[in-house]
Ligand binder design. Structure first.
Ligand SMILES: [Cu+2]
Length: 138
């Protein structure tokens, strides 16, 4: 009797585990956090660029900037929604070594909307980008 109950309980656990993995991976609108990579490159029409120039993210996602060039680059937010409160995130560190990264978690400091940033040393060359923060499913 006891062994039958144990087997039934084990089957129930397997079913629950299966349902859990489906829920986190497949249900539309329940996307798990993503990491979006933006490369800082010494290329593009004006010599310096963020690649891609525009990314769209949800709260919980991470935007990871990667130094992929030879000149120092950084990220400074220039125009953000009024409700955003970036604090110390407003100006990131200067990345000087190829492969160096700077990751930003899109948390409550970021309001929904358009966040325009530049690389201050190369702003005059058009090195700029946009992080769009959206809610809900893509
Ligand atoms: Cu730059």
């Amino acid at each position: 009797m006891a062994s039958i109950l144990t087997a039934a309980a084990a089957r129930a656990c397997v079913l629950l585990a299966g349902a859990g993995s489906v829920a986190t991976g497949q249900v539309p609108g329940a996307a798990s956090p993503r990491t979006v990579t933006v490369r800082m490159i010494d290329q593009g029409p004006y010599g310096m660029a963020f690649d891609p120039t525009r990314v769209t993210v949800h709260h919980g996602d991470t935007v990871q900037f990667v130094q992929a060039g030879n000149l120092p680059h950084n990220v400074a937010f220039k125009s953000v929604p009024t409700a955003s409160n970036l604090g110390a995130l407003r100006v990131g560190p200067l990345l000087t070594v190829r492969g160096e990264t700077f990751a930003i978690v899109i948390d409550g400091r970021f309001a929904v909307g358009k966040h325009v940033y530049v690389c201050p040393p190369h702003e005059v060359l058009g090195m700029a980008g946009i992080v769009y923060v959206v809610d809900g499913p893509e």
